[in-house]
Design a protein around this ligand. Sequence first.
Ligand SMILES: NC(=O)C1=CN([C@@H]2O[C@H](COP(=O)(O)OP(=O)(O)OC[C@H]3O[C@@H](n4cnc5c(N)ncnc54)[C@H](OP(=O)(O)O)[C@@H]3O)[C@@H](O)[C@H]2O)C=CC1
Ligand SMILES: O=C(O)C1=N[C@H](C(=O)O)C[C@H](O)C1
Length: 269
Amino acid sequence: MSAGGDGEDVPELSERPVRVAITGATGRMGVELRELAADRDDLTVVLVVSRSGDDTDDELEDAADLPSLLEERDPDVLVDFTGPESSVEYVAACVGTEIPVVVGTTGFSAEQNAALEDAGESIPLLKAANFSRGIAGLRRAVREAVSALPGYDIELTETHHNGKRDAPSGTANTILDDIETERETDNRVHGREGDQPREAGEIGVHARRAGDVTGEHEVLLAGNHEVLSLTHRAGSRGVFAAGALDAAVWLAGREAGRYDFSDVIGDSR
Ligand SMILES: NC(=O)C1=CN([C@@H]2O[C@H](COP(=O)(O)OP(=O)(O)OC[C@H]3O[C@@H](n4cnc5c(N)ncnc54)[C@H](OP(=O)(O)O)[C@@H]3O)[C@@H](O)[C@H]2O)C=CC1
Ligand SMILES: O=C(O)C1=N[C@H](C(=O)O)C[C@H](O)C1
């Protein structure tokens, strides 16, 4: 079985393809996941679930029946890119049927995050706001830069398509958490208006929604008469879908617990 990452702790699964279930199958990411999965031989899609349905697609099953469908189809892992409420509901169905779950959904409230943490006590649960390897690289670079440039002003800007609901993006929030850990501060300022200069230590956050931009994140560090700009641009949703499917193959057969995409790619820092 292909596990990627550090090659350690790979579960003793048979060599058959990993059986995957996909929720939110009509969504932007759901469609991408199904397309990419069809080209892979390390996994096979055994269940696609939709809340809204599509008369032209007879593989789609009704999301309302998820618990019984999971019993019947017995996937090794479920991949969820939907919305916060549905994601929590689908994860509960996975807990009930002891099926590992990869969560790519973003925009959870603190209470919803706590419910997912609880689920990770009884099933393997891998949640990540971004399944791109480039973003993993950006996070490392940002942590290095923040640590190397104390006192520099930091502004984060993210840009996404006009259909995205949550703002700032889950990725932006993850990068901001990294920055705050490095700086030992939490002073986010969302957008800017009014009549006052920037205060030292603020971390500016800007979310833009426009057209069909797949996803861009820029962290700007400025001070001492210089500017450092670190930027990631996703060229297509295939980047996220490929990473999520790698995560699904990696997660199947693992022990219960909370995992992150960094575990899949062996990024220890
Ligand atoms: N971690 C990562 O790398 C990435 C994360 N994302 C995140 O994934 C999520 C989905 O993104 P995207 O595919 O663009 O969104 P879409 O709106 O295109 O698709 C989401 C799908 O989820 C289902 N859904 C949405 N709301 C509900 C609900 N309230 N109840 C039940 N089902 C619902 C619907 O599918 P159906 O009707 O078929 O059930 C819908 O089509 C977002 O949170 C986004 O931020 C996106 C890209 C990358
Ligand atoms: O909704 C999206 O499209 C994306 N969402 C994720 C996020 O909120 O960070 C990841 C990616 O940027 C695309």
